[in-house]
Ligand binder design. Structure first.
Ligand code: C5P
Length: 241
């Protein structure tokens, strides 16, 4: 089914406790956003069927956020296992390294954008220092981004704070995906590096991941519509690519 208008470049994180809730959230937000994101909580509880359930008849794009991270052969097997679900986006951790990222890219369905997660948006400089990773968050993100793209990743996940620097490193063709997005005044929850939807978009993000500010709102459909409207305003009347 074709959806009316051009939905906003937002992936709503369906981090729901059960399948009925996820399907309800998906139905409410799908008229307004391009994408719904299925994460580990939902996928591990309900398995592959969850993809068809949230995709429904709407034609919304599915972002399978499994953040694969293992030896290359295991990640290739996992990417192959989910390829029949035809997700538009599948995530791996960039920290898995060149061979692991390449294995995922080779094994994924042809239409799937393998996106490498750089540094989780819940982590700050202190967390990286505790892990023994030298440099600022931005340095680490840029190093991971360059490595992941060289390994074949067509997408990258980073915080809105690093989008401009990453874009400068990897050029215009890589899809930059940013979690850590909070409408002005919304609760930050456990996210450490946040920005508003407008700021993230203006910095060069292609797809904004937003979960709790939409799904935990009294009316998730209205909250998604409000984010979409704010993005339309940010680009003076037209929804960005
Ligand atoms: O509710 P909230 O907007 O914080 O949800 C953010 C979503 O983005 C969660 O599903 C989380 O797993 C995901 N994510 C993230 N940071 C990353 C990659 C994905 O927060 N680096």
């Amino acid at each position: 089914m074709q959806r009316p208008g051009r939905p906003a470049p937002v992936a709503v994180a369906l981090d729901a406790p059960d399948l009925d809730t996820a399907a309800r959230w998906a139905a409410l937000v799908t008229p307004h956003v391009s994408t719904v994101k299925i994460g580990l909580e939902l996928y591990l509880r309900y398995g592959p069927d969850v993809v068809a359930t949230v995709r429904g008849a709407s034609g919304v794009e599915v972002f399978l956020d499994l953040k694969l991270h293992d030896i290359p052969a295991t990640v290739a097997g996992a990417a192959r296992a989910v390829s029949r679900l035809r997700p538009e986006i599948l995530t791996v951790h960039a920290a898995g390294g060149t061979d692991m990222i390449r294995a995922a890219v080779d094994a994924a369905a042809p239409g799937t954008c393998v996106a490498a997660v750089t540094v989780l948006t819940s982590m700050g400089a202190g967390d990286l220092a505790a892990l023994g990773m030298p440099g600022s968050v931005s340095d680490v993100v840029r190093r991971m981004a360059v490595l992941a793209v060289a390994a074949g990743a067509r997408g990258l996940v980073c915080s809105p704070h690093e989008v401009a620097a990453v874009r400068a490193e990897v050029g215009p063709d890589v899809v930059l995906i940013t979690p850590g997005v909070r409408p002005a005044g919304a609760d930050q929850h456990d996210q450490a590096r946040v920005a508003t939807p407008e700021e993230a978009f203006r910095a060069g993000a292609d797809l904004l991941v937003i979960g709790r500010p939409i799904t935990r709102a009294p009316d998730p459909g209205a909250a998604a519509a409000a984010v979409a409207a704010s993005l339309r305003r940010a680009v003076s009347g037209s929804v960005p690519r």
